[in-house]
Every structure is written in C-alpha cells, then in structure tokens.
Design a protein around this ligand. Structure first.
Ligand SMILES: Cc1cc2nc3c(=O)[nH]c(=O)nc-3n(C[C@H](O)[C@H](O)[C@H](O)COP(=O)(O)OP(=O)(O)OC[C@H]3O[C@@H](n4cnc5c(N)ncnc54)[C@H](O)[C@@H]3O)c2cc1C
Length: 295
C-alpha cells in the first residue's frame, strides 16, 4: 500500500521544527523512518504533514561530558554500535545496539526515535530505565527534562507533549565501580525481544551494591523497572545467590502475556535467567570476578 498524500517539511534547526509543531495541526515527526514509514505505508498514520528532522545537524551527536553520556535525536543505533566510547565504558549500550533489529534498520533508525515510539518490546527503554536516564525535550516554552521513570505511559504512549521534539537522551557518566549489561532473548536475528533485561550496578568502596537499576523488555505494557529486585540488591555484596533471588523477584514483578512465541510462565522464567546474567555481567564489569549464573 502507498501512503496517503502528505506535505513534507525539512527544518534545519530545532527552533524551526518546534515552531512547525506548534503551528501545524495534523503532523508527524519523521526521524529514521523505520517505524514511521511502515505506519504511513499501511495508513496506520495519515498525517497531513510530515516534519522530517534529518537536516537538523545539531541533533546528530553521541558524546560524553563530565556528567552525562548524551545521545542526540539523530544518533542511529549503528552510531552506538560503532562507538569506541560506548565499547569502552557503557556495557549495556554496547550489548544492546547489535541486538536491535537488523543492520539496515540500525543504520537508519535512531535511538531517540525508538524511545519516542515507546514499543514495550523495544530494547532501549530498559537500558534508559536501568541507568536512571533522562529524556530532554524542546517545546514552545523551552527545554523540559523528563526522568526515564516518568516517560513511558502505555504501549506507544509517552509523556512527551505533542508540541515537543525529543532532542536528547542522557545517562549519568559511570562511577568508578560501575558496570552494566543487557541480555535479550529473541527467536532469530532481526526479531524483537521475547524478553530482555538491562542491569546496572554501582558498588561502594567496600564492594557492596550502592545502587542497582534493572529495566525489563517485552514483559509488561511498557519497559519497566524491576524495583523489588533493585531493592533486594542494594546494600548487599554481589554474588550468585543474591542475583538468583533478584532474578526471581524480577520475574515475579514482570507481567508478560502468552503469545505465539511462548507462554507467560516461560517468559517469566526467561526474565529470571536474563536478569541473573545481566547482573553477573554488570558486576564483572564493575570490577568483580564473574560468578556462575544458576539456571
Ligand atoms: C522489522 C523491525 C524490527 C525491529 N526490531 C527492533 C528491536 O529488536 N529492538 C528495538 O528496540 N527496536 C526494534 N525496532 C524498532 C526500531 O528500533 C525503530 O523502528 C526505530 O529505531 C525508530 O527510530 P526511527 O528513527 O526510525 O523513528 P521513526 O520511525 O522516524 O519514528 C518513530 C516514532 O517516533 C517519533 N519520533 C521520532 N523521533 C522523534 C523525536 N526526535 N521527537 C519526537 N518524536 C519522534 C515519530 O513521530 C514516530 O511516531 C524494529 C523495527 C522494525 C521495523
């Protein structure tokens, strides 16, 4: 099917894009187009106007400053996959990027577009949640910073205002004894997750877990945090028994649905295993020796 007719605007600055969002009634933002173009073609989206943001060069960055890893709205999945900075310091991002869709989609699709799309099966939302990241949005009244915890509402629905452009995703620069990881189960290359778990651990000088973040994929109506497991971990020494209980708690807190890929019980068991594995890798990357993960 071909898309219905629409007008196309190609702003070159964030201000221009925001003023188009404000002045036009029925419009949609186009970034990498990997979700938007199919929606247009199948007429699941029939906007009068498409605002293509690909000419806004100021949004094309992936960089770190003293405080944050900053991912501009035009950074592609492939930019994360190929980044030396990511490979060196951001384990969960390095794990996730090559697992998203297929190379074609990763070359065009943006990380910010995937977050704005808010598909509960998307991988990046879990990573952003585990890292206690933030979404930066620009609207007619200026910039707004939305904690990842407050961003996802429902499948494909977020707290981004319709006049706002998502400009940046950011996560805190890792502490000295911090590690993170992402594990995903999918049926074959290119598939969305059946389940996924992102883990981030920050250890104190004594080797105890000061801060734990766990984000889950495809097992609830949005990407969600496994808060019971996080609470169980904090203040404790990392180890396989601790991670086993955290995996169980993450599974208990998840809410998967049975579908053609597996029943809910199976997915809960997968949340348990994937969470244990992500925690073990995160602990290793935080500077600890990896322990065996119980199945
Ligand atoms: C076959 C297939 C397999 C996939 N597999 C995976 C997978 O395994 N894991 C995964 O995480 N994802 C997967 N995806 C989703 C993929 O990550 C997204 O399609 C893509 O990254 C969305 O980014 P985009 O830049 O293409 O956004 P677009 O398609 O251009 O836009 C997506 C949505 O976000 C909005 N949007 C985009 N950018 C902004 C912005 N800056 N501000 C406000 N709104 C914005 C658009 O208006 C639209 O509603 C898959 C997609 C396909 C088609």
């Amino acid at each position: 099917m071909k898309p219905a007719q629409f007008e196309q605007h190609e702003p070159e600055t964030v201000e221009e894009a925001v003023s188009l969002l404000e002045s036009l009634d029925d419009r949609a933002i186009l970034a990498g187009g990997q979700s938007m173009v199919p929606m247009l073609r199948f007429r699941l989206a029939v906007p009068e106007t498409v605002i293509d943001i690909n000419r806004i060069e100021s949004l094309d960055y992936l960089e770190e400053d003293d405080e944050w890893l900053r991912i501009g709205a035009l950074a592609r999945h492939a930019d994360v996959e190929e980044s030396e900075l990511i490979a060196e310091k951001y384990g969960s991002f390095a794990d996730t990027a090559p697992l998203v869709a297929d190379p074609q989609i990763r070359n065009r699709g943006t990380v910010a577009g995937a977050i704005a799309q808010a598909d509960p099966k998307g991988d990046w939302g879990s990573v952003l949640l585990a890292h206690e990241g933030e979404v930066v949005a620009q609207g007619p009244d200026g910039e707004r910073v939305i904690p990842a915890d407050d961003f996802f509402l429902l499948p494909y629905d977020t707290t981004l205002d319709e006049n706002e452009l998502l400009t940046e995703l950011r996560v805190p620069v890792p502490a000295d004894r911090e590690g993170s990881a992402y594990h995903k189960l999918k049926r074959k290359v290119g598939d969305y997750a059946m389940a996924g778990s992102a883990a981030r651990l920050v250890l104190d000088e004594d080797g105890r877990i000061e801060r734990a973040g766990i984000g889950l994929t495809a097992v609830d109506i949005t990407n969600v945090r496994a808060t019971d497991a996080e609470a169980h971990l904090e203040g404790e020494r990392p180890g396989s028994e601790l991670f086993k209980r955290a995996g169980e708690l993450a599974a208990e807190q998840s809410n998967p649905e049975s579908d053609e890929h597996g029943d809910a019980d199976y997915k809960e068991r997968m949340v348990n295993v994937l969470t244990q594995r992500a925690l073990a890798d995160a602990a290793e990357r935080a500077g600890l020796v990896k322990r065996r993960v119980s199945q």
